[in-house]
Write a protein that binds this ligand. Structure first.
Ligand code: MN
Length: 155
């Protein structure tokens, strides 16, 4: 079970991210501001954080700074989710402690491209959960048909 924490103040964006992530088999936890995100990291131990930049209470830059300063959290992968898609912002974001960058509107392809390498580095797996389950299921089917095939040959 791979758990993704979404920290985003916009309910529509949260819902979109949740749907994209759940469709790929991830477990999703949601927070609405930066302070809540920090609490949810401690409480729910996510595998990765999708962090909006523009949020009330604490913005994304402040949250990622606190994460990197905390030895227990410092290695948590953090992806920025932001509408700040202008030239120079990407560099600023990557220099601020984020592992990557997703610009709004979020595309399913870009999300997967950013998320999966970070998770595979952390978990030693390259496929998202749903793909893993599928290949596991087809492996079981192959084994089962090999056994059934062997039984048939014995008759
Ligand atoms: Mn926002």
């Amino acid at each position: 079970m791979i758990k993704v924490l979404i920290a985003e103040d916009n309910a529509v964006n949260r819902e979109l991210l949740r749907e994209l992530l759940e469709a790929r088999g991830y477990t999703v936890v949601e927070g609405c501001d930066g302070q809540e995100a920090l609490q949810l990291i401690e409480q729910t131990k996510p595998d990765i954080l999708l962090l909006d930049i523009g949020m009330p209470v604490l913005d994304g830059f402040a949250v990622v700074r606190k994460i990197r300063e905390n030895p227990r959290l410092a290695t948590l992968p953090v992806l920025a989710v932001t509408a700040y898609a202008m030239q120079g912002d990407r560099e600023k974001i990557l220099n601020s402690g984020f592992d990557g960058y997703l610009s709004k509107p979020i595309s399913a392809v870009a999300l997967a491209e950013q998320l999966e390498p970070l998770l595979s580095k952390r978990h030693g797996r390259s496929a998202p959960p749903n793909q893993s389950y599928e290949s596991q299921a087809s492996e079981e089917t192959r084994v089962a048909s090999a056994i059934l095939g062997g039984g048939t040959n014995l008759e």
